[in-house]
Design a protein around this ligand. Structure first.
Ligand code: AGP
Length: 613
């Protein structure tokens, strides 16, 4: 989940590279570095901390009159996997000669044996990283052809990589390659930009090429020559990014997270648009690539994902069982391939992912493919690895999600899962009339969310009175149980309050021992089946001094009276209610974190896309 930027062209490379890193900081930001070629010399600056620190260091270290003269370079913002986030461990790393510089995203799994071999040949290492070993290996393989040296080195590597390499001995070209970590190449006018995420390219062009695993490219300002690691030319199409640089900016909001929370009515409209068939009472999801007969013959739906995407899958589990009368289960992606899952041709495996690059989810896709299942993905990033490896599925169309905390992607995942469940259901026992009614419920989701967003100021006031807490419990039943889990994750990851999500009935099986006077309980007490039981659980908590914040249905005075504070959501179908309910929790978590002065868009220790196991 590190950020990589490479540039070769006509502009001032240091500024282009550092500005590109700024757009990738959400991916990982514990240290950063940049290397440029200036009059044939390799010039490097590295710094622990954020990209701003790197910018200061580069401007301090490099002669002012030379700072903007270079026209090519590579840069990196790091999320540490090997060795602490220090200047020494920051990328770029150099080979033994000091002429070759490398930035890398991924993990070299055999780096210890490679390092030992290099050291036996007299190589000296300065860092604790696997990346420095790869830099030395490339240098050791360099017999006068950098491209061939990189190929020869990568043939010896086990693990994953997305890399950019340049050499003072071969100026005017950058070599880039990938296996398991994304690389996208921006096709500019007299300039070429390499990045681990299209967000760094948008300021220059919307024309991009996505490398596939084991692709390697020779990049100049005017050309992109792509081959495989055996030096066989390959052809990769130029794609047009569906959004521009403005869409990747904050748009006047204090944080990307708040912007993306407020974008949800539009994002959900985009996710739903053209995908509901009110005549048949079904959904139109052409990307699933399956016939009605194939869907009717499925025996089970297995939903895999991580973190917030896993929680979306848990909502989907209820939807598939309720609407499609099909067995559905969620499996944590990191467990999936190691548990030797019992998966076969009658199983539909749905990989749920915002980034399309999460290593554990990608591994689950590959395992499911091995076992002959129907595999598809719900993904937000067009052309991402998981989207391309599954070859079928449904794009979320949520627009770029920059904040590490996922919000609009989650609600769009839920909306798409409801449409998938509707489609499967209509191929089974779900009637046309019921289908039409549910399609109208789905169509209403953007308006339901817009009504919750109108409470933003009130939710901020409520949040201020909870911001001092260090612990919190989120509870819910039925499809609101995954919403409780997601609400707890949101609060945890941006406010650093230790929050736990539980099924409402579970508290009395142990966790209630933790309740003391004033412990906050955030209760999903919407007017759906099971509400009365939840109100009973709330009384059990109140009897022990807990403070209750309820998410209740508009007009449900009985529930509102049980709460110390409450946020209302519009009355709607229980499965649909999960979306406005989670938006209330997103706003609550955001404002608690804001009142606590937390770094909301880039929470400590986190990264937007976890591309390592
Ligand atoms: C979401 O708030 C988290 N940052 C994280 O759990 C995320 O959902 C998870 O890493 C999965 O990412 P993906 O959706 O891109 O696969």
């Amino acid at each position: 989940m590190c950020g990589i930027v490479g540039y070769i062209g006509k502009a001032d490379a240091p500024s282009v590279l550092i500005n590109g890193l700024r757009r990738l900081e959400y991916r990982g930001y514990d240290s950063a570095g940049v290397a440029v070629l200036d009059e044939g010399r390799l010039v490097i600056a590295k710094a622990p901390g954020k990209v701003a620190a790197l910018n200061e260091r580069a401007r301090a270290d490099w002669p002012a009159e030379r700072f903007s003269k270079s026209t090519m370079g590579i840069a990196h913002t790091r999320w540490a996997t090997h060795g602490p986030p220090t200047e020494v461990n920051a990328h770029p790393h150099l080979d033994q000669s000091g002429d070759v510089a490398l930035v890398h995203n991924g993990i070299i799994e055999n780096y210890r044996s490679l390092r030992a071999r290099m050291e036996s040949k007299g190589h000296h290492f300065y860092s604790e990283t696997d990346t420095e070993v790869l830099a030395h290996l490339i240098g050791d393989c360099d017999k006068g052809d950098l491209f061939q040296a990189v190929c020869d080195a990568l043939h010896q590597v086990e693990g994953t990589f997305g890399i950019a390499v340049l050499s003072a001995r071969e100026p005017e070209k950058i070599i880039t390659a990938r296996r398991g970590s994304p690389i996208v190449i921006g096709v500019g006018d007299g300039e070429t930009i390499i990045a681990s995420d299209a967000a760094a390219i948008l300021a220059h062009t919307q024309r991009v090429i996505y490398l596939d695993d084991n692709d390697i490219a020779i990049v100049t300002a005017e050309s992109i020559d792509i081959r495989d690691l055996n030096n066989i030319p390959v052809t990769r199409e130029i794609a047009e990014l569906a959004y521009d640089a403005a869409a990747a900016e904050k748009g006047g909001f204090e944080h990307f997270m708040l912007k993306e929370i407020h974008e949800q009515p539009d994002a959900l409209s985009n996710a739903i648009r053209g995908r509901l068939d009110f005549n048949l009472g079904s959904s139109v999801l052409a990307g699933m690539g399956t016939s009605p007969r194939e869907l009717a013959e499925l025996g089970r739906v297995v939903l895999v994902g991580c973190g917030t995407s896993l929680h979306a899958g848990l909502v989907g589990e209820y939807a598939f069982e309720d609407l499609a009368d099909i067995e559905a289960e969620v499996q944590q992606a990191a467990e999936f391939r190691y548990r030797n899952p019992i998966i076969g041709s009658r199983d539909l495996v749905v990989a749920i992912t915002q980034s399309g690059e999460t290593a554990d989810t990608l591994a689950a896709v590959r395992e499911a493919n091995q076992k002959g299942a129907f595999v598809m993905s719900l993904c937000n990033v067009v052309g991402s690895t998981i989207a391309r490896e599954t070859g079928r599925g449904v794009y979320l169309h949520a627009g770029p999600e920059i904040s590490v905390a996922s919000t609009k992607a989650f609600t769009c995942q839920v909306a798409v899962l409801l449409m998938m469940a509707l489609k499967l259901g209509r191929g089974r026992r779900f009637s046309r009339e019921d289908g039409r009614n549910f399609a109208r419920e789905i169509e209403s989701i953007p308006a339901l969310v817009a009504k919750v967003l109108l409470q933003n100021e009130r939710i901020s006031e409520i949040a201020a009175s909870y911001a001092h807490n260090e612990h919190a419990f989120f509870i819910g039943r039925g499809p609101m149980y995954p919403v409780a889990l997601e609400g707890a994750l949101k609060l945890k990851e941006i406010s650093y309050i230790h929050a736990e999500g539980y099924h409402a009935a579970e508290l009395k099986h142990g966790p209630i021992a933790l309740l003391v006077e004033g412990t906050p309980i955030i209760a999903l007490a919407c007017d759906i089946p099971g509400k009365d039981k939840t109100l009973g659980n709330i009384e059990e908590c109140r009897a022990r001094g807990a403070r209750i914040l309820g998410i209740v249905t508009e007009g449900d005075l009985e529930a509102a009276e049980c709460m110390d504070d409450y946020i209302t959501i519009p009355r709607c179908h229980p499965l649909v209610a999960t979306v406005p309910a989670v938006v209330a929790l997103q706003l609550f978590s955001y404002h608690v974190a804001r009142h606590r002065g937390c770094e909301i868009d880039q929470p400590r220790n986190l990264a937007k896309s976890v591309t390592v196991e």
